[in-house]
Design a binder for this molecule. Structure first.
Ligand code: ARG
Length: 457
């Protein structure tokens, strides 16, 4: 018989049981559910809302259930609907009458919101730690490759020379922002909502601040309707997760490209690549492809919950039970993605000679050539045109800018002098870019140092 069955004349249709039961997925909340109930019961006893002896019995009973659940010894029941009623029914089965007092001054509506908030806090912290590890792996690569020249691209066309360190540091910035987003999502979840009741608070003199303190929440919710119907904190998590997956996916896309025969900038470790069942020569970057592909799932989870929430009148409606599968799926996908990506990244071999060679093709020093003329007093727009003509000439002759002789260069503009050859080398092009945020090794070193400091905070 259902805990709520008092007013019902017959049992739930088995089709309905199967349809609306959430225990198959919300059993993941057992730790949070039981811990939350222990805090609630403790407070009920302290406030004299239930007898102190009952509160103690409840707490002891819940601790036993928690222990057994951790050891996987509990068979959760589908017809007990969800984790909340499973735990309550089990408690009463184990300790008798006192168990029936646990739900005083509480509703599953505020209970499920509390549990989900507690789970979201754990998920945010765990993601933050994984991001720290990824960022420190990137910083190590950057530190090793301050002087490794590679081509930077726009429109997938070679643009200007940069360094591998500078490229890695771009991702460090993205993942640091991700970490900030998960911190913000943590803060959004960090609100204690018990006391909201079903929707209109409760008549019992609950000590909400005490429950917040017991469960390490920094504050309590200020509106009981909002307390039970707010899932913004999950949307914050899901959008942070979506953006983080988008960053991983872009990085994967680059590794896939760099790993092609055409680029050959990187070599994937054999442990992070797979073969083909028909083509014996193949070594495919499946891991990177799968992370790129799984990004879609996480976006889907975000869209699913946004859509679930958009039409729900205040306060709780059963639609909101749909929040959990989307959230858990995004969390699992993100955790797997970050774990496998960081491990893969640590094993990638960078072919620095190929990168450096790639930097000097494709006129990556053309901007510097124009800047050279500017230094000699030529207005930039004129210099741009002269270098454009030089590039066209080189394309005809199948040459690079630095393959031309000084007299040839001077035919295009008399300001060219002997020092042009040093000025346009790849190393010079990178080293001259020494304003904050630019790729000169000393500036990238400064960026690494600053990122390390942020990482420690
Ligand atoms: N399993 C439900 C959920 O996840 C718990 C809250 C149910 N409340 C209710 N009034 N039916 O949303």
């Amino acid at each position: 018989m259902k805990l709520w069955a008092g007013r019902f004349g017959k049992a739930t249709d088995s089709l309905v049981d199967d349809f609306h039961s959430s225990i198959s997925f919300d059993q993941r909340l057992f730790e949070q559910d039981i811990t939350g109930s222990i805090a609630h019961a403790t407070m009920l006893g302290e406030q004299g809302i239930i007898p102190q002896a009952d509160a103690e019995q409840i707490v002891a009973g819940l601790q036993g259930i928690l222990q057994d659940a951790r050891e996987g010894k509990i068979a959760w029941q589908t017809d007990a609907e969800d984790i909340h009623m499973n735990v309550e029914a089990l408690l009463t089965e184990r300790i008798g009458e006192a168990g029936k007092r646990l739900h005083t001054g509480r509703s599953r509506n505020d209970q499920v919101a509390l549990d989900t908030r507690m789970y979201a806090r754990v998920a945010c912290r765990e993601t933050e730690e994984m991001l720290q590890e990824l960022i420190s792996a990137l910083l190590d690569i950057a530190q090793q490759h301050l002087h490794t020249i590679m081509p930077g691209y726009t429109h997938m066309q070679k643009a200007q020379p940069i360094t591998l360190a500078h490229h890695m540091m771009a991702y460090v910035q993205m993942f640091l922002r991700d970490r900030d987003r998960f911190r913000a999502a943590y803060d959004a979840a960090d609100v204690m909502v018990l006391g909201s009741g079903a929707l209109a608070g409760t008549t019992y003199p609950l000590n909400r601040e005490r429950v917040a303190e017991l469960l390490d929440f920094s504050r309590i919710s200020e509106n009981s309707l909002d307390g039970v119907s707010d899932r913004d904190f999950l949307l914050d998590y899901l959008s942070a997760a979506s953006i983080c997956m988008m960053h991983l996916s872009r990085f994967c896309e680059e590794l896939i490209l760099w790993n092609t025969n055409e680029f050959r900038f990187v070599e994937m470790d054999d442990g992070f690549a797979t073969g083909s069942s028909i083509m014996p020569q193949k070594k495919n970057p499946d891991v990177a492809e799968l992370i790129r592909g799984k990004t879609g799932r996480v976006y889907g989870d975000l869209m699913a919950l946004l859509t679930v929430m958009k039409g729900i009148p205040l306060a709780y409606n059963k639609d909101m039970q749909e929040d959990k599968e989307a959230f858990f799926d995004a969390r699992d996908t993100l955790v797997k993605g970050l774990t496998v990506f960081t491990a893969m990244l640590k094993t990638v071999t960078f072919r620095t000679e190929v990168m450096e060679k790639g930097a000097s093709g494709g006129f990556t020093n053309a901007t510097d050539c124009a800047d050279y003329l500017v230094k000699k007093g030529v207005p930039f727009r004129d210099a741009h045109k002269v270098v454009g003509e030089l590039v066209a000439h080189c394309l005809n002759e199948n040459k690079a800018l630095l393959d031309l002789t000084l007299p040839e260069l001077q035919r295009f503009h008399p300001a060219f002098a002997e020092d042009v050859f040093d000025d346009l080398s790849m190393i010079a092009c990178v080293e001259k870019r020494k304003i904050p945020g630019a790729p000169a090794p000393e500036m990238v070193q400064a960026a690494i140092d600053s990122a390390r400091k942020r990482l420690e905070k």
